[in-house]
Write a protein that binds this ligand. Structure first.
Ligand SMILES: [Zn+2]
Length: 318
């Protein structure tokens, strides 16, 4: 038996937030293999999340918005009007989602956000350490007002209204027996999200050659991805949690949903989805304004001392 501290992230805050002070990350891009530095810099109210390619001296601003998604094949790529891109933004955006950040300038020294360990772990833990600052302006939540479904072949994503939270019920099915059929349900406003933000990206060993042939995954290795070959996981330490595959898909979805520019209040069901389906879905929601309303939360909503509150929990390690 052991005791540990369980951190809970409270994201239903009425107020906007930014990072308390600048922090940075260095690593290589999963697809480009390029060494890159990313700085997360505090930003004013209503600024949103904005990327700045500091390796370029003009047309280097790219807003993190669903309309700027130019490709969602294997990762999410944003592009501005001058065709300047930044790719693999989803794990950093998911970390901003989870830590409650609404406004930040992301200065990046190259065209791809570093993959770190394949998850959002280092982003979340560093932002957690640096701290998050509550701002005076209120958040505008995107509250879903009616059921909405998008189906693309065997892939399906749907959303129903939910007053309080983003809830995600994700299911993935692989013919590979290690991955197989996995599903998980996560309530983003009151769950312990550790298993979500520490879950790594993954691929099948037999797909690596194909992915490399199209010029992607140049930086991919067992240091930043779970690789599955037949009925074995090639990473010596195995999985980080029982549902790491589906939990990573839920992490990707949170990052891609933040590209709506808002935190979404709705209950999502997703089967076999990915970056592309999430982007099509956000675009479809915005096409018809009767799908949603933008609301502010009451100040009486649960608002903790910035974004986390330690809760003592008794855990039994069987
Ligand atoms: Zn991912």
């Amino acid at each position: 038996m052991s005791y540990f501290i369980l951190y809970k992230y409270f994201m239903i805050s009425p107020f906007q937030k930014t990072i308390l002070k600048e922090t940075s990350f260095t690593g290589i891009g999963l697809h480009s293999g390029l060494k890159t530095e990313v700085k997360v810099v505090p930003a004013a109210e209503n600024y949103g999340i904005v990327f700045k390619r500091v390796d370029l001296n003009k047309d280097n601003i790219i807003k993190a918005n669903f309309e700027n998604v130019s490709s969602a094949k294997l990762c999410t790529t944003l592009q501005n009007e001058s065709n300047v891109t930044v790719s693999t933004v989803e794990h950093l955006l998911a970390a901003l989602y989870i830590t409650g950040i609404d406004n930040a300038l992301i200065e990046i020294s190259n065209r791809e956000v570093p993959i770190m360990d394949g998850s959002s772990k280092e982003f979340v833990e560093t932002i957690d350490r640096v701290g998050v600052k509550k701002q005076n302006a209120k958040r505008k939540y995107l509250k879903i007002t009616k059921n909405f479904t998008l189906q693309e072949g065997e892939k399906l994503i749907s959303i129903e209204p939910d007053k309080q939270s983003l809830k995600v019920d994700f299911q993935l099915v692989y013919s590979n027996e290690v991955i197989g059929r996995q599903s998980n349900q996560i309530n983003f406003s009151d769950a312990d999200l550790t298993n979500v933000y520490t879950s790594r990206t993954f691929c099948l060993f037999e797909d690596i050659e194909e992915i490399k042939k199209i010029g992607l995954a140049k930086g991919g290795s067992l240091e930043n991805a779970v690789v599955v070959k037949d009925n074995k996981i090639l990473n010596s330490q195995g999985l980080r949690n029982d549902k790491e595959f589906v939990n990573h898909k839920i992490l990707d979805l949170a990052g891609d949903f933040l590209l709506s520019g808002h935190r979404i209040l709705g209950s999502v069901k997703c089967i076999q989805g990915g970056h592309s389906l999430s982007n099509l879905f956000i675009r479809a929601i915005f096409k018809d304004h009767s799908n949603f309303t933008l609301i502010e939360q009451e100040e009486s909503s649960p608002e903790k001392n910035y974004f986390k509150t330690p809760v003592n929990k008794l855990a039994v390690n069987a």
